[in-house]
Design a protein around this ligand. Structure first.
Ligand code: 5GP
Ligand code: ZN
Length: 115
């Protein structure tokens, strides 16, 4: 497992910063966004630190696929067949935490951007 000691989401995965955890898997982890933009707003992250979605896909395509499957399972468990996945990449696109994360948004008018 690779972790960055300065990374907020690595600290959440390690349990050093509290979060409302909704999934604690072998390779993926998910928790509720602290500033929800929709009735369901969960962040799905790989346990391994990488700075963005493409970097994770490049280093481990399987875990990238697992992020999508984890997102679907979480949405379904909360009663949503339909949901939006958002991966912000780069500050110009609104990325503020540089550990790969999928925003899973559902349950109302959904923002195109999140975070
Ligand atoms: P980004 O803007 O990088 O795509 O998304 C980062 C997300 O992390 C934002 O939606 C923000 O609300 C969320 N966030 C930032 N700090 C924390 C935190 O300490 N705990 C949780 N649960 N979410 C956080
Ligand atoms: Zn990290």
């Amino acid at each position: 497992m690779t972790a960055d000691p300065d990374c907020l989401f690595c600290k959440i995965i390690a349990g050093a910063i509290p979060a409302q955890i909704v999934h604690d898997g072998e390779r993926t982890f998910a928790f509720r966004d602290i500033h929800p933009q929709a009735p369901l707003h969960v962040l799905v992250v790989p346990r391994d630190h990488a700075p963005n979605a493409a970097a994770t896909a490049e280093s481990d395509a399987t875990v990238f696929a697992e992020i999508a499957l984890t997102a679907r399972a979480i949405a379904a468990a909360e009663g949503y067949d339909d949901y939006r996945l958002v991966f912000n990449t780069g500050p110009g696109a609104g990325q503020t935490v540089f550990h790969t994360h999928a925003h899973v948004l559902a349950g109302g008018p959904l923002p195109m951007s999140a975070g």
